[in-house]
Design a protein. Structure first.
Length: 261
């Protein structure tokens, strides 16, 4: 699907990327999820996935600076198997993105988004999810390869990396270290995806490429705003805002995919 470069289109895309960047700077995650899911409500999901690759890269490049050189080295060694497996998986997922039908993909993305909200909220305990994390989210090379591979395929095809986020959150990292490590992993994944998307011919036209590259500017600006707000807004309020926003987007995607909105 080609993009018509109108003032309305530009305004919508800039607004979505700014909000997604602010969410990422505020919570340490959510840029790809919020940005892709919001755009998928107004354009084809496959176009939204490909469009967001460069802005995701820019957003995580600005966040990874929160890690020191020693943090990068130690976390690179610690989570190396996860990153390598995710890199391989994301290329596989990206290669399949243009083969996925739009309506079922919208429904699937909406269900995944709402599933993440359900497992991230703290108001209603989900015992089976706690048992799943305890049994599967262990820090061994085999577990990291399995989680990284599956998560990479899903991230490559949908921009949804909540499995990686959930795994990193289970490692009891400080919030600052979690933000930096997540940014480091997604920075690596998206650096590979930029080249892979071009090689696979996934960009529908040069307009989409130009708009995607230009969207890096509001992406970084949004992250900067979110980082400033992070120290001023309590964690509980941050979580409610992010999960509330994702709920609205998830419901909209499901209804749109079913032809009800």
């Amino acid at each position: 699907m080609s993009l018509a470069l109108t003032p309305t289109t530009v305004a919508v895309f800039v607004g979505v990327v700014l909000i997604a960047g602010a969410v990422n700077g505020l919570a340490g995650f959510g840029f790809a999820l919020v940005g892709t899911m919001a755009l998928a409500t107004v354009v084809e999901p496959t176009t939204a996935v490909v469009f967001m690759i460069v802005p995701i890269l820019a957003a995580n490049a600005s966040l990874v600076r929160e890690l020191s050189v020693e943090d990068v080295r130690s976390c690179g060694r610690r989570f190396g198997p996860l990153l390598v497996a995710a890199l391989i998986g994301t290329v596989v997922g990206l290669a399949a993105v243009d083969r996925l039908p739009a309506a079922p993909l919208r429904v699937g993305l909406g269900v995944v988004t709402l599933g993440f909200v359900a497992t991230a909220q703290r108001a209603v305990p989900i015992p089976w999810f706690d048992r799943l994390k305890a049994g599967c989210f262990v820090e061994t090379p085999l577990a990291m390869v399995a989680i990284g591979g599956v998560s990479g395929v899903l991230f490559g095809g949908t921009n949804v990396g909540v499995q990686l986020i959930a795994y990193l959150r289970s490692r009891d990292l400080s919030h600052e270290l979690f933000v930096g490590v997540a940014a480091m992993i997604f920075l690596g994944l998206n650096a590979v995806r930029v080249g892979a998307a071009g090689a696979l011919g996934l960009y529908p036209d040069l307009t989409t490429v130009a708009l995607s590259v230009a969207a890096a500017v509001p992406a970084v600006a949004g992250v900067a705003v979110g980082q400033r707000l992070r120290v001023q807004i309590p964690e509980q309020a941050r979580r409610r805002f992010v999960l509330g926003l994702l709920t609205v987007v998830g419901v909209r995607l499901v209804l749109g995919g079913l032809g009800l909105a």
